[in-house]
Write a protein that binds this ligand. Structure first.
Ligand code: NI
Length: 254
């Protein structure tokens, strides 16, 4: 059976509160034999670690996202750094800039992003980037504050300039259900990324791929993302599964 690595999911989300163990087990049985549970504020980062400690095939990340900026207190960043020392924590994230949802606090978002890059560099872990409508500032910060262990552009916007710059900086590009959406124009962006730099993810419970849009997402649907990449690149599903699995293992060092 093919094995898949879902590089980005949120089983810490309340939408999984009632059936998390069942969902995780059925996902594993379906061949998604590794996945990462992503934190986005202090509470959810702690929860991600709890989940990762329970299952040998799940890893966690810790961080404060630009959409959780109310969590931006010095003491919370100290706690993020402390809990990120845990062996099951494989990256700082998701962190970054979101000028789509929040236009009023750009300066605070940039500061929070930079402070968490500094945490990643102190503990030698990569970062998971969330960026939306903030291409120029995101690349600018990464150039001025290099990340030693590099990282991942999660649910990468299908912006060819951003992808080119991200690749030049040595980052991985992770695609989600967004490439399966009708009118996504995903061919050129996907073809820009060489096979050794692509990751796949679900961002569960969000971003459910076609033809299941509107339903709760789970990691089994990462196969649909891999299928779309295989179709665009004219490759076998097996080759995409293997490459993305190895890439995720490499960047997360698992
Ligand atoms: Ni996410």
């Amino acid at each position: 059976m093919l094995e898949f690595f879902d590089s980005h999911s949120h089983y810490n989300d309340e939408k999984f509160l009632n059936d998390i163990d069942k969902v995780i087990q059925s996902t594993y049985d379906a061949g998604i034999t590794k996945f990462t549970c992503i934190g986005y504020n202090l509470e959810q980062s702690k929860k991600a670690i709890e989940i990762a400690e329970k299952y040998h095939f799940i890893y966690a990340t810790c961080g404060i996202s630009p959409n959780d900026i109310e969590d931006f207190k010095e003491e919370n960043l100290v706690k993020i750094e402390q809990i990120s020392q845990n062996n099951k924590v494989v990256a700082i994230g998701e962190i970054g800039l979101d000028y789509y949802w929040n236009k009023e606090n750009k300066e605070d978002q940039r500061n929070l992003f930079i402070k968490q890059i500094e945490i990643a560099n102190r503990i030698n872990k990569p970062i998971v980037i969330h960026t939306r409508d903030a291409f120029i500032d995101t690349i600018d910060i990464l150039k001025n504050h290099p990340v030693k262990e590099k990282g991942i552009f999660h649910c990468c916007p299908l912006n060819q300039e951003l992808i080119k710059e991200g690749l030049k900086l040595g980052f991985y590009i992770s695609f989600s259900g967004n490439i399966t959406f009708k009118n996504a124009k995903s061919e050129d962006p996907v073809n820009l990324v060489p096979l050794d730099r692509i990751l796949i993810e679900t961002d569960s419970p969000y971003l459910t791929p076609e033809p299941f849009r509107g339903q709760r997402n789970d990691s089994t649907k990462v196969k649909l993302v891999a299928e779309k990449i295989a179709q665009i690149k004219g490759m076998s599903l097996e080759d995409v599964a293997k490459a993305t699995y190895e890439n995720a293992k490499k960047i997360y060092k698992v």
